[in-house]
Design a protein around this ligand. Structure first.
Ligand SMILES: Nc1ncnc2c1ncn2[C@@H]1O[C@H](COP(=O)(O)OP(=O)(O)O)[C@@H](O)[C@H]1O
Ligand SMILES: [Mg+2]
Length: 241
């Protein structure tokens, strides 16, 4: 199959994720257009992280996962990263006892070596000047916002074409939340396609090209960012008024 720019970049078809007796995702289908920001919304436990875990090969999944003309089904997580999908997990899991430098190094070392690795680290320090200031500090000593930037920078070290962001604004101060949303927009403008899981529905839909809403593992609503922002379900569940 030859990838074409008009075909959806990512197509999820009838995806189910099951952990023993718990079915976290049931029959989910969605599409992510190349160059877009696509938002996945839903209450706690709706199956958002499980969907991202299926896309990165770290959760047991059934169904179709097509990425840029390639089936991800049955691929190992490392192989999926190599094909250009990176996950920045929920709860910004940086290595707290390692330095910022080492965290970035670990994000890239499986993909590039030597000068190329150093160049990638340098590019992330240009993107996130605060990480340059903190370069030799232990990651655990950074503020929540700085740790989130480090977690995103680490995911970017694999030079992904599709970046999966799991609740990047959670628990951050309003000013830092602004920075996170600005960053998501600028990454999209640099050609990185974004699949964003967010609790902050209003902000997320404001920047989204398209959104999907999960309830108890099932898709209940989809549409453009503006359509969802105006829908009764979203207004009642997530937005004031
Ligand atoms: N590793 C796991 N083992 C068993 N159950 C899990 C696991 N991860 C998630 N779940 C369950 O799957 C459901 C969906 O969880 P999750 O995908 O984390 O939702 P969300 O990210 O939308 O909050 C929840 O009922 C959760 O308890
Ligand atoms: Mg989650």
């Amino acid at each position: 199959m030859t990838p074409t720019s008009s075909a959806p970049f990512l197509t999820v078809t009838d995806l189910s994720v099951r952990y023993g007796a718990v079915e976290a995702v049931h029959g989910l289908s969605l599409e992510v257009e190349r160059g877009s920001i696509t938002v996945l919304l839903g209450a706690n436990g709706a199956g958002k992280s499980s969907t991202l875990a299926a896309l990165t090969g770290i959760a047991p999944a059934k169904g179709g996962l097509q990425f840029d003309g390639l089936s991800l089904t049955g691929m190992m997580p490392e192989e999926i990263v190599r094909h250009g999908i990176a996950l920045c997990p929920e709860g910004r899991r940086v290595f707290p006892s390692l330095s910022v430098a080492d965290n970035l190094h670990l994000g890239g070392a499986a993909h590039v070596k030597g000068d190329a690795l150093a160049a990638r680290i340098e590019a992330e320090l240009d993107r996130f000047p605060i990480l340059r200031e903190r370069f030799h500090q232990r990651a655990g000593l950074l503020s929540g916002g700085e740790q989130q930037m480090l977690a995103i920078a680490r995911a970017l070290m694999s030079a992904p074409r599709l970046l999966l962001l799991d609740e990047p604004s959670l628990g951050l101060a309003p000013k830092v939340v602004d920075q996170v949303f600005d960053l998501v927009l600028s990454l999209r403008d640099q050609g990185i396609t974004i699949l964003l899981v967010e609790q902050n529905a209003e902000r997320a839909l404001d920047i989204a090209n398209r959104g999907y809403v999960l309830q108890s593992g099932r898709l209940v609503l989809s549409g453009s960012g503006a359509e969802l922002a105006g829908s009764d379900l979203i207004r009642q569940a997530y937005l004031a008024g």
